[in-house]
Design a protein around this ligand. Sequence first.
Ligand code: GLU
Length: 449
Amino acid sequence: MTAPLDEKLEPIYQDVLRRNPGETEFHQAVREVLETLGPVLVKYPEFAEHKVIQRICEPERQIIFRVPWEDDKGETHINRAFRVEFNSALGPYKGGLRFHPSVYLGIIKFLGFEQVFKNSLTGLPIGGGKGGSDFDPKGRSDSEIMRFCQSLMTELYRHLGEYTDVPAGDIGVGQREIGYLFGQYKRITNRYESAVFTGKGLDWGGSRARREATGYGTVYFVHEMLKARSEELDGKTCIVSGSGNVAIYAMQKAMQLGAKVIACSDSSGMVVDEKGIDLKLVRRIKEVERRRISVYAEEKKGARYIEDGNIWTIPCDVALPCATQNELTAKDAKKLVEQGCIAVAEGANMPTTPEGIRIFKDAGIAFGPGKAANAGGVATSALEMQQNASRDSWTFEFTEKRLEEIMVNIHNDCFETADEFGEPDNYVVGANIAGFLRVSRAMVAMGLI
Ligand code: GLU
């Protein structure tokens, strides 16, 4: 695929391939981390002795179950759901649930694996896990969504708990779904255990800034990367793929910091609005009406909708992939670099292919990998857990301030770690190593468990 692996790491990777056949996204996520860990084993041979890397690549527990549910016409459907409890060295398993037809074990494992490092980088007490289902929520009524969530939770509840495993949202799972899931958990267990879910509604224990947090955090990260290069976001042209929760609030924060956002997208196509995206309109279409982004161009004069359009062909200074995995390829990366892009930060999980990352690195542009750049979401989930534990409710401003501090710390940690390991400016190396070190130290301290 890309760079050769250290000789101690190659057999570990081969073992991951052999033990997890066909799970290509998981292989990709593991390889990307292993490619950066060679120098760590030289500096800290104890991690090899304790087989930490082999252990970190094997989830602590994997749950797969059937979810039967009935649609509005009375027809029965069967979906498959997963929860991969990857690593609990730093705290209870923490990570979202994804509802999307592409979901299978390999996707959940890649997400769970990334989550371990990401959560470690936040510096907060959260382990890593991920779950989801191949259920497709598109076009489903509220009652169908509710019945699906209730059925899923009827099995999943026994694996959860505020000290055990704390899910949240991801693609296809937002506050509506968290409400149905939490409601069923509460009913079955007869416990109002607020901190068993994050991303809750504001009236029932949610954090005032959780919805904004991932997108805001990604832009704070870009802001810090640019600052480190004596640049700023003010006046820059920005493109953001996606139009879900992460994309919307990345656009909002980028605009607040003076950038001009000219394009966004969904899985059917993209809109380009040279005058600057009208965020109120995007929010109405996506958050209130749950319609396609094509509606934007129908309602906004001067905006273009391009069916199946490739957003990475639009010239920009800053690109924020906020949609899904492997959405930005080597060809796209080349085009972005050619057209003068100076910074890329991943709001989504693993949106850039390994070849794409290499092109950004070779071109010397600032590249913020998802583990670091989108960690603001899960960090704010950990803050939501703190509020629930103290039965408190923080203001938006206070929460956002904490989020900003956390993102600055993550940036500095990645920056300094990359420097320490002889790869200045390489945030991929910095994020992987800084995330790995904290989990690994905890794993060694806790013995062979
Ligand atoms: N799904 C989000 C992520 O990829 C958030 C997880 C959470 O808040 O627990 O990090």
